[in-house]
Design a protein around this ligand. Sequence first.
Ligand SMILES: O=C1C[C@@](O)(C(=O)O)C[C@@H](O)[C@@H]1O
Length: 151
Amino acid sequence: MKRLLLINGPNLNMLGKREPDKYGRHTLQDVVRLVKDTAWEQGYEVEAYQSNHEGDLVDQIQRAEGGAAGIIINPAAYTHSSIAMRDAVSAISIPVIEIHISNVHSREEFRHHSMLAPVCAGQIVGFGIDGYRLATLGLIKKIEDEGRNDS
Ligand SMILES: O=C1C[C@@](O)(C(=O)O)C[C@@H](O)[C@@H]1O
C-alpha cells in the first residue's frame, strides 16, 4: 500500500484547547483520524508526526523521500519563518501540500506570507480541519496524475 506522511508543526498538539475560536474544538487525534480515514478510502496508509521543533520537522521532511508518496504539512508558525523547512521541501521530489486550519489571509499581516508555499504542490487555507481532508484528496490526485504522466 502507498504511504503518505502527515506532518504537524508547533502547538498543533494543543488543538482542541488552543484558541478554539480560531482552530475549533477538534483535537490533533481527530485530525490524524480524518486524514487516515480519507487516505484509506483511496487505498493509501498514513504515518503521522507532530513536533514543536524545527530541526525535527526538517528531519521528517527529508526522511519522507523513499518511504512516502507525498506529504501533507501544517508547518504552523514555522510557515512564516522557516527557510530550513522550505529548503527541505525543495530538496525532495515528492509532492507536498501545505494546509492551514484558519484563514491566515484574514489574520495578522505576518501570517499572510508563507516561506513554504512557493515550493509546495498546493495550499489549502481556511476550511477548518476539513482542510486536511481536502489536502489529502488533492495530494492523492497529484500523485496519481504524476504516475500517469510517467507511464
Ligand atoms: O499555528 C498556527 C496554525 C496555522 O498554521 C493554521 O493551521 O491555521 C496558522 C499559523 O499562522 C499559526 O501559527
